[in-house]
Design a protein around this ligand. Structure first.
Ligand code: FDA
Length: 496
């Protein structure tokens, strides 16, 4: 076979890319996956593959010389520090009005995320993906995604008694005293492993606070689930540390150009491959940036005017509350969240009761809220600067803050407590400068057909979070996975 020609090329190895690679390979198609980040399989000098959340080092950030920790301050002290520039695992990608956090490496966001695996309530699905038949999602593709990802629930009896979920039980007590629905949320963490961490039988991972910069044990990332199955077919090859820069029509197929990087981020080679079909799965930001550039620079001029539009932050906003001395949240906190406060219907907010794994008692409750925020931003090509810009403005977080306040103002009033003002800078209550959940930019049934086929070009597909128009009402990766399962099944059936 011609080494430089592949039947299917997948850009990115997160949720959308992993589903595409597995299902194409199972259908007998050879797949080449191109991934910007590293293959996280080699221990560092401390014997561990991933750095701890409380001790970021060269492995922690994507091509930064200084860390950019989501919680930038603690008790008045800034936490960020200098680190060697390296192709690390977490990218804090700065646009003018927002920093978008993303995983970098084979496995994409599954390497760095909290593992919260939430299926939206069915009554909300029509607002999330209006062109998709909910019956097929809830009967077939959500169950398939949850099974493929290894989603399970914490054992409630164990949860009630373990020190490491004291913070979550305090979160429940305060939610219920203010009459908010408190819900358990599933996760992809191996609960049996966590029980053994708690009993001291195995090395700590979630109980050592590992999450943002990778989990050394316990979390079922895509590397352990979809990508392991994809590799086992023998039809999937993955090229880490390669950045796709162009996809250009070439006589019915496509020339895919990519740069190989070293671990300082320097380009060591430029290569091209001919692919019959290309699956964009570089994430909401990665796919949107690529397609916005390729349309504007005339490489893919027939893409339609919806490219780059409909981007949202899933309404992410963070805050902390200061508890009374009789409500300690515990110095041992599992980094894997298990619960949330659901005030979506009444106030437009679903608040995850999040850990603050500092290793000391903080008397703080910490929350990441997902809110109903109507603002949508657009990616545009900035020819002068040679880059893609995003029109999001920091002030657009105000509806999210207002929604989160429907929960926490009430809890504070009931408990006689106040917001923490030390976590995001001096006297700053709201973490409103970032998102963990970029969604949209290449919206389903607008920039693509109703199954992710890009308009204007046969054989080009979108598989990732860029298809979802800005909000999922809950944490997004189960919906990204289920939508990818739905779309790739239709593509395999009709197009191959
Ligand atoms: P994803 O970002 O996973 O994958 C895209 C891949 O493409 C990346 O590996 C990237 O390096 C690669 N890429 C980008 N550009 C490229 C290029 N030009 N060439 C080649 N490769 C390229 N969600 C949830 O449901 N529950 C949770 O608990 C959390 N928690 C959470 C915490 C943190 C800190 C973050 C950052 C995120 C979360 N999330 C989450 C969000 C979740 O991780 C996210 O929604 C998914 O990873 C998105 O999946 P995609 O397949 O769209 O892209």
């Amino acid at each position: 076979a011609d080494a430089a020609r592949v039947p299917a090329l997948v850009i990115g190895s997160g949720y959308g890319g992993s589903v595409a690679a597995l299902r194409l390979a199972e259908a007998g198609v050879d797949v080449h996956v191109v991934e910007l980040g590293m293959s996280w399989d080699t221990p560092g000098p401390d014997g561990k593959i991933f750095a701890n959340t409380t001790k970021p080092d060269y492995r922690s950030f994507w091509l930064r010389t200084r860390t950019k920790q989501p919680l930038s301050n603690f008790l008045g002290f800034p936490l960020d520090k200098d680190v060697p520039r390296y192709t690390g695992i977490l990218d804090a990608e700065d646009f003018a009005g927002i920093s978008v956090y993303q995983g970098r490496g084979v496995g994409g966001g599954s390497l760095v995320n909290g593992g919260m695996a939430v299926t939206p309530r069915r009554q909300h699905f029509g607002a999330v993906l209006p062109s998709v038949n909910p019956d097929e999602m809830y009967d077939v593709y959500y169950p398939r995604a949850n099974a493929g990802l290894g989603v399970t629930n914490v054992d409630p009896a164990w949860w009630e008694g373990t020190d490491c979920y004291q913070y979550a039980r305090v979160g429940r007590k305060h939610a219920q005293r203010s009459a908010f629905p408190f819900v358990f949320v599933p996760n992809v963490y191996d609960w049996e492993y966590m029980k053994q961490e708690a009993s001291g039988a195995v090395p700590h991972s979630a109980l050592a606070g590992e999450v943002l910069y990778g989990n050394n044990h316990g979390k079922k990332t895509l590397v352990k689930t979809y990508l392991a199955r994809a590799k086992a077919t023998g039809r999937v090859t993955i090229s880490p540390l390669h950045r796709v820069t162009s996809v250009a029509p070439a006589g019915g197929a496509y020339t895919v150009t990519m740069e190989q990087l070293d671990t300082t981020g320097a380009v060591t080679a430029t290569k091209s491959v001919t692919a019959d079909r290309v699956f964009f799965a570089a994430g909401s930001v990665g796919t949107s940036k690529l397609l916005t550039k390729l349309k504007a620079t005339g490489v893919l001029p027939n893409l339609n005017g919806e490219i780059g539009k409909g981007w949202g932050d899933n309404g992410n906003v963070m805050c902390g509350r200061a508890n009374h001395l009789w409500d300690p949240t515990g110095k041992l906190q599992s980094a894997m969240p298990t619960a949330g406060i659901d005030n979506w219907d009444a106030g437009g907010a679903f608040a995850e009761v999040a850990p603050l794994p500092t290793g000391i008692e903080t008397w703080a409750s910490f929350y990441l809220s997902i809110t109903r925020n109507p603002h949508r931003a657009e990616f545009t090509w900035n020819a002068g600067a040679g880059r893609v810009d995003l029109s999001w403005q920091t002030a657009w977080k105000q509806p999210s803050i207002d929604a989160a306040k429907t929960i926490f103002d009430k809890i504070n009033a009931k408990e006689g407590t106040i917001y923490r003002t030390d976590l995001f800078g001096a006297y700053k209550i709201w973490g409103d400068h970032l998102t963990y959940h970029p969604l949209g930019g290449v919206v389903l049934n607008k920039a693509t057909d109703n199954h992710g086929r890009l308009h204007g070009y046969r054989g080009l597909y979108v598989m990732d979070g860029s298809l979802i128009p800005g909000n999922a009402s809950v944490n997004p990766f189960v919906t990204i996975t289920a939508l990818a399962e739905r779309n790739i099944e239709a593509i395999v059936t009709a197009d191959l």
